[in-house]
Write a protein that binds this ligand. Structure first.
Ligand SMILES: *Cc1c(COP(=O)(O)O)cnc(C)c1O
Length: 373
């Protein structure tokens, strides 16, 4: 039997192609002597804000901090409630919990993997302060419905955009906006494997509200505007200049990277759409999909068998996520989230990255089809 080694991501392969540019920038950053929050960080925040067409981008240390800082900037206090999906990475809930905010989980749609207004609304009460939609795996939530819901109940929206940077969403009036710029605040992560990743930790917060932006800029830097004048409680969450140099290079290629992901996803979709035992990702008409992950549902109860089978062939796969947050020890409650529970037993993510070779993808596809024959 042919055996190869296909990983979920190939960061080295991507680096090799931009090595000259990256290396030169890193060296110039070291030689500049400005290691934290230097002019390069400012330049990156300007580049990203013009790419996203959002008034303010405030870089920070990682995507988890970005969420925490968003909650702090909106003035959320212990006892306040936020609503977020349980079907997301732990950070979405953790960033609220660390501030003493009560996290109420909502369910997600089985085929888009995202939450939507009718799944959020039943959880709203007079303690609810904000909704935190997550654009999971690279596709926008049905944001228009979420925006309408937030208006109805006067709630804030913080979009967790860690998996969907570069994803476009079309509003009913035809306006096209990037995810993360539709709510009050958007947050993202530049963790290496994200669609726009640096070579360490990094994150950012976006907002069109200049007053909020001023507050966020203070929070990321110990609550100060003027050095050693601390006006509010903040934290230390800044982006290193070296990471900003890397991000300045990679931002130029983000659209190309996302296009490669879409092509790969399309190949998977075409190959798998006729297989009754699997459900390919469903895309809503108002959103693109930038395929941070390519995630299938295995409908015949054999997901774990499939994972073992792929592993034996040298094909990596991942379960995002094996245990939903509402079943994790610190967050456990008696909420019943039917779809979330189903998904934790059905989903499997296949290798998806910008350097995936056609021959390797064909190998994955052929073998996956064989498994269901
Ligand atoms: C990666 C991720 C985060 C956290 O980002 P870090 O930079 O790792 O802290 C938050 N939310 C989601 C949905 C993520 O995928």
């Amino acid at each position: 039997m042919k055996k190869i080694n296909i990983q979920m991501v190939d960061l080295m392969g991507q680096y090799t192609k931009i090595k000259n540019e990256i290396d030169a920038n890193i060296i110039s950053s070291i030689e500049s002597g400005r290691y934290v929050n230097g002019p390069i960080v400012k330049q990156f925040s300007e580049n990203l804000s013009s790419y996203l067409n959002v008034r303010n981008v405030i870089p920070c240390a990682n995507g988890t901090d970005a969420l925490q800082i968003a909650f702090m900037a909106l003035g959320l206090k212990p006892g306040d409630e936020i609503i977020c999906p349980s079907w997301t990475y732990i950070a979405t809930a953790e960033a609220a919990a660390i501030l003493g905010i009560k996290v109420i989980f909502c369910d997600v749609d089985l085929n888009t993997f995202n939450t939507q207004a009718d799944l959020i609304e039943p959880h709203i009460n007079d303690k609810t302060k904000a909704i935190v939609p997550v654009h999971l795996y690279g596709q926008s939530c049905d944001m228009y419905s979420v925006i309408k819901l937030a208006e109805k109940y006067k709630l804030k929206i913080i979009e967790d955009n860690a998996q969907a940077i570069g994803c476009k969403y079309t509003l009913p009036n035809g306006d096209v906006k990037y995810t993360g710029t539709l709510g009050d605040i958007g947050t993202t992560s530049f963790y290496p494997s994200k669609n726009l990743g640096c070579y360490g930790d990094g994150g950012a917060i976006f907002t069109n509200d200049d007053i909020l932006a001023e507050k966020i800029k203070m929070i990321v830097n110990h609550g100060e505007k003027i050095k050693y004048h601390h006006e509010i409680v903040g934290c230390n969450s800044r982006l290193d200049s070296i990471q900003a140099e890397i991000l300045n290079v990679k931002l130029k290629y983000l659209d190309n990277y996302n296009s490669s992901r879409k092509i790969m996803a399309n190949n998977y979709n075409l190959a798998f759409e006729e297989i009754d035992e699997i459900q390919i990702p469903k895309i809503i008409s108002s959103s693109e999909h930038v395929y941070h992950q390519y995630t299938l549902r295995v409908l015949n109860g054999r997901r774990d068998h499939l994972k073992t089978y792929l592993n034996d062939l040298g094909i990596s796969s991942m379960i995002y996520y094996p245990i939903p947050i509402h079943k994790q020890k610190p967050y456990r409650n008696n909420q019943v989230l039917e779809n979330t529970d189903i998904l934790s037993n059905e989903v499997i993510s296949l290798p998806m990255h910008t350097e995936l070779e056609n021959s390797n993808q064909d190998f994955i596809i052929d073998n996956l089809i064989k498994f269901f024959k």
